[in-house]
Design a protein around this ligand. Structure first.
Ligand code: HEM
Length: 326
């Protein structure tokens, strides 16, 4: 018996109810119920491969070499960027919530922390999942591109904290958080990583990156001055629903987020650089031209989004535990 022989037992009252809801929905936008029902009649069934654009998605891995492991490198960057997109979506839902509550803030921060835990854990795809010799060869075809040019991680940073906390520590004293973002951007921490130590010249990787995204970063920085995660947290401390327990949950969730993005994930990433760019003969220069050994370790970068909720000792020990353990 095929499907056409078996008619669904339709509950006329339910159909009436649904049709009425549909009629109300369409009338809100001046549309006709019958036209849309007729449309349904002609519409093709949705198929998974069309819904997720599978053919397009699987056509987006275009290696520049014939080394099989280059595709692993491309796919894992794409996976990371998709998780960065999920994280930005959650942050924007927190910031865009018309009646934000401490409970919603905690719930969504837990999601963000889950996504960063997955990124940190799955980073072994890079550390153990590729052949070192293949990597050392195909990466030469990628110069001067680098993950350093990932714009979404920079946007996550800007959405997460007051901009002053992204200013290079050795220059931070000359700024106040009231300064324009454009001014503070002069010494954003990651520029130091992509500056030739001898000439003081910024690397071509950084120049390309800033040429494409600098205006976006500055505009975003100005837009989120009062609605980045830190600002929302401080506002929620005075929320009607606030309790000591919720205060503690919000603080714990922010501390976890700060550690995941600025220590755990960066350390996993640094570990991959150590595996692929260091051998018995010494250190291999990175595609982005940074002095990565001095730049990448969190204990040197010391990017801390929420200094107010860490003790001085915790800040001084930032990112060290892993190195000591290793
Ligand atoms: C074998 C794997 C990897 C190696 C060896 C590696 C190596 C490096 C190096 C040496 C840098 C310093 C910048 C430069 O000079 O190029 C860097 C920066 C960066 N990479 Fe990777 N990378 C790897 C995988 C990834 C993946 C999968 C992502 C995900 C998007 C990523 C994102 C980044 C980011 C965001 C930066 C800037 C970090 C910062 O400013 O603190 N990398 N990478």
């Amino acid at each position: 018996m095929n499907h056409s022989d078996k008619q669904e037992d339709v509950d006329p009252a339910l159909v009436d109810h649904l049709l009425n809801d549909l009629k109300n929905k369409y009338s809100l936008t001046g549309q006709s119920l019958t036209d849309n029902l007729e449309g349904l009649l002609h519409a093709n069934y949705l198929k998974y491969w069309n819904y997720v654009h599978l053919d397009t998605l699987l056509s987006l891995q275009n290696p520049r070499t014939d080394f099989p492991d280059e595709t692993i490198f491309i796919i894992y960057h794409q996976v990371t960027e998709l998780y960065f997109k999920l994280i930005l979506r959650e942050i924007k839902q927190i910031a865009g919530h018309s009646e934000l509550t401490p409970t919603f803030f905690v719930q969504r921060l837990h999601r963000i922390n889950l996504f960063f835990r997955i990124l940190t854990f799955s980073y072994d795809t890079m550390i153990e999942g590729m052949d070192v010799e293949q990597f050392r060869q195909f990466r030469m075809a990628l110069l001067p591109a680098s993950g350093f040019q990932s714009a979404q991680i920079r946007k996550i940073e800007i959405w997460s904290t007051d901009f002053i906390n992204l200013v290079n520590r050795s220059h931070r004293a000359q700024y106040t958080s009231e300064d324009s973002i454009d001014t503070m951007f002069t010494h954003i921490y990651w520029k130091a990583g992509a500056t030739d130590q001898n000439t003081g010249e910024e690397t071509i990787t950084s120049k390309h990156f800033q040429h494409k995204y600098k205006a976006d970063f500055i505009e975003l920085g100005e837009n989120v001055r009062t609605k980045n995660l830190w600002q929302l947290y401080t506002q929620l401390l005075n929320h009607a629903d606030i309790t000591d327990e919720l205060k503690q949950q919000m603080t714990e969730a922010l501390r976890k987020f700060d550690t995941l993005i600025n220590v755990d994930w960066r350390l996993a990433h640094y570990k991959s650089a150590v595996r692929y760019l260091k051998d018995s003969e010494g250190v291999i220069e990175a595609t982005g031209g940074t002095n990565w050994q001095k730049y990448l370790p969190p204990r040197f970068q010391r990017v801390i989004f929420y200094p107010e909720i860490w003790s001085e000792e915790e800040q001084n020990e930032w990112g060290k535990k892993w190195i000591e353990k290793q």
